[in-house]
Design a protein around this ligand. Structure first.
Ligand code: C5P
Length: 238
């Protein structure tokens, strides 16, 4: 898999999701789809199987965080859904990440890519110090979590596009950076995203995948918005 735009399908029902995906049915390239907690908890594994059957690559964004044994057994269930990427919280520790990889690996040695959430982009320095008693600078914490994920054998991290270049410096250029927080330069407001980049700038900053929700799902013509994202993002890498 190369660089791509992942559409965050943040819908709460299968009906809404398929009404949205049907708009792309005439396209030869199937959009990469992110299924998050909202849709997964509403519709269960059936929605993953149906989107897969329609030929979309899938990032299953369930952000697991529990004791190693529980995460391992859960990953062993998720691996049979045959998604392309799934994830967990690096805060669960290296032991949890190693157990997750074990659970995710099929008997034939294949497995979906596994990436880690470092510090959520909704967490700022003040909250980290006050609520988590972590007093190091936030960017240092993010890089440490990314490097711990790399040492555990994971394939990459979810991070801000502003952190992508540094993650590649610390963890190597093949360590994947999957970055939300993307907005068109002339587009709608930032919504609740605080630090945003355009698809082109995220590409230049070294993002391997951009995750884009409302700038595509919230427009009159989502197919045109998706194609614009692809053009800007992939064009920037050439
Ligand atoms: O609509 P929007 O483009 O802001 O959607 C971004 C998607 O990426 C959402 O599904 C959101 O949950 C997810 N995400 C994020 N920031 C993170 C991790 C995930 O925006 N740090």
């Amino acid at each position: 898999m190369g660089k791509d735009v992942i559409i965050a399908c943040d819908f709460s029902s299968a009906e809404q999701t398929f009404a949205f995906l049907d708009r792309f049915s005439g396209e030869s390239r199937k959009p990469f789809v992110k299924i998050g907690m909202e849709l997964y908890y509403a519709e269960g594994p059936a929605i993953v199987r149906e989107i897969k059957r329609r030929g979309h690559p899938i990032f299953l964004d369930l952000k697991l965080h529990d004791i190693p044994n529980t995460v391992k057994k859960t990953m062993a269930v998720l691996r049979d859904l045959d998604v392309d990427i799934t994830n967990l919280h690096a805060a669960g520790t290296r032991a949890m990440m190693e157990a997750a990889l074990e659970g995710l690996t099929r008997p034939d040695g294949t497995r979906p890519l596994l990436i880690a959430v470092t510090q959520l982009t909704s967490t700022d320095q003040a909250a980290m110090e006050r609520d988590l008693l972590i007093e190091k600078p936030l960017d240092q914490v993010v890089m440490h979590y990314a490097d711990t994920a790399r040492l555990a054998g994971l394939d990459g991290v979810v991070c801000s596009p502003l952190e992508a270049a540094r993650v590649h410096e610390v963890c190597g250029k093949n360590f994947l950076t999957v970055t939300p927080g993307v907005r068109f330069a002339d587009g709608m407001g930032k919504d609740d995203q605080k630090r945003v980049m355009t698809p082109a700038d995220a590409g230049k900053a070294g993002s391997d995948y951009i995750v884009v929700g409302r700038p595509i799902t919230g427009t009159e013509d989502p197919v045109a918005a998706w194609k614009r994202c692809l053009r800007e993002f992939l064009g920037s890498a050439e």
